[in-house]
Design a protein around this ligand. Structure first.
Ligand code: SF4
Length: 426
């Protein structure tokens, strides 16, 4: 519900984590280096399942409506980590202390207060409820995971995933334990990229931890197929996905994955088999498609090679390989999604729109998952450089791209495919 007349005030927090609304100063938002008031059409109530974070070493920033000046408070800044299916159109406004430590791997959305509730600047891009666990008790999830541990003692992959459901609360592992939606199939221990925001590996000197432990063994084709068959047997519209947060690049294990998919298909396995990938190895795609793969999801922070390179820091592959993977996948009948890591102010610019329109028009992906790039905003802007153009806003960006590429659908998650066509949750 976009409320036209809402003008939220700023919020701030004390050192105990108590959050307050300011009596006068207005909510400010940030897009790249721009500091502005939120656009009325981008404000929505804070979605259920979202979190509010207190930002250490960062002072809350608001607009004094009398002077029209931005004012920094002594108190801490607050940001919103919106729940899945929502894409941020602006990040939190704050004044950072020189000694501030880096923020962990989350997306820091702008948040304000009005009419007794919190407001954020975001758009819901998908109605899919696969990461909504409201009404599902932790006991039920634990029972499902314990059952997997007991019934499959020899399957290291199921043991790994059941533990992830119990300890890390990984939504994909929880869905496997519950027998619903999308099951995770991590296989790869290495990666040929060094993304700034990698959630499974962070170098010592990065200043913040990886949020997931990278898998420390390579499952056998039989172990993988056993997970696939189990999930496919007991799930409506099952999706089986390689390329998870707890691993490296799955295409580095392409022959293992192809063998597992072929075993699954030859045993009559049904369901959408997908790979989330950095798309670095185009020559692996034909054999995977032949084995029975249905879709790939290609991660990109930008359609501009220079901005892609500074973030992904590819080793042994080039941006051209990523594009060739998309065209090869299409040529082999696969459904292609872009996992588009959107950062307000850096992506919604004329140059990026031009580059993305060109990429989409020439390589013809089918679907764009509008994800929030989860990294300390200062670090990301420092990495890709100050945006040289004004931001047009998320809604405008999506509308204009769709105008030129009308076949494109937007979402947030890998869709289940029936005869190659996405079954979207309406
Ligand atoms: S491609 Fe994935 S696994 Fe590799 S560095 Fe990037 S985020 Fe990490």
């Amino acid at each position: 519900m976009a409320a036209k007349k809402i003008q939220p005030v700023m919020v701030f927090a004390d050192d105990h984590g108590n959050i307050y609304d300011h009596p006068e100063f207005l909510m400010l938002v940030r897009r790249g280096r721009e500091l502005t008031l939120p656009r009325p059409d981008e404000l929505i109530p804070l979605p259920e399942g979202s979190d509010l974070y207190l930002l250490p070493g960062r002072h809350a920033l608001g607009l004094d409506p009398v002077t029209g000046r931005a004012e920094a408070l002594d108190e801490r800044a607050v940001a919103a980590f919106v729940c899945p299916t929502y894409t941020l159109s602006a990040t939190a406004a704050y004044l950072q202390e020189d000694s501030a430590t880096r923020l962990p791997l989350f997306a820091y959305g702008a948040v304000g207060f009005a009419n007794d509730r919190f407001w954020v600047t975001a758009t819901q891009v998908d109605k899919d409820r696969r990461q909504v666990f409201t009404g599902i008790s932790q006991e039920r999830i634990a029972r499902g995971a314990q059952d997997l541990l007991k019934r499959y003692p020899a399957n290291r992959l199921l043991q790994h995933l059941a533990r992830c459901a119990l300890t890390f609360c990984c939504p994909a592992a929880k869905n496997l334990a519950l027998g619903r939606y999308e099951a995770p199939l991590p296989t790869a221990r290495i990666c040929n990229a060094r993304c700034f925001g990698c959630i499974s590996f962070q170098p010592e000197d990065s200043g913040f931890p990886a949020s997931q432990n990278r898998i420390d063994f390579t499952p056998t084709p039989q172990e993988i197929t056993e997970v696939m068959s189990l999930h496919a047997r007991r799930t409506k519209n099952p999706i089986l996905s390689f390329g998870q947060g707890c691993e490296g690049e799955p295409l580095s294990e392409a022959s293992l994955i192809a063998e597992a998919i072929a075993l699954f298909r030859n045993a009559g396995g049904q369901g959408t088999v997908n790979i989330n990938t950095n798309a670095s190895l185009p020559d692996t795609i034909p054999s995977l498609a032949q084995a029975g793969l249905d879709s790939i999801r290609v991660s990109l922070n930008s359609a501009r090679e220079s901005i892609y390179n500074v973030y992904y820091r590819p080793r042994g592959y080039r941006f051209a390989d990523v594009l060739r993977t998309i065209t090869t996948a299409k040529a082999n009948g696969l459904f292609v999604s872009l996992n588009y890591l959107f950062f307000p102010g850096a992506n919604d610019t004329e140059s990026e729109l031009l580059a993305l329109t060109d990429l989409v028009t020439t390589t013809r992906p089918d679907f764009i998952q509008m994800r929030n790039l989860s990294l300390d905003p200062e670090l990301y802007i420092g990495c890709v450089g100050d945006p040289a153009e004004p931001s047009m806003g998320l809604a405008n960006f999506m509308k204009r791209l769709r105008k030129t590429c009308p076949w494109i659908k937007y979402g947030y998650f890998n869709p289940f495919l029936r005869d190659g066509v996405p079954v979207l949750w309406t």
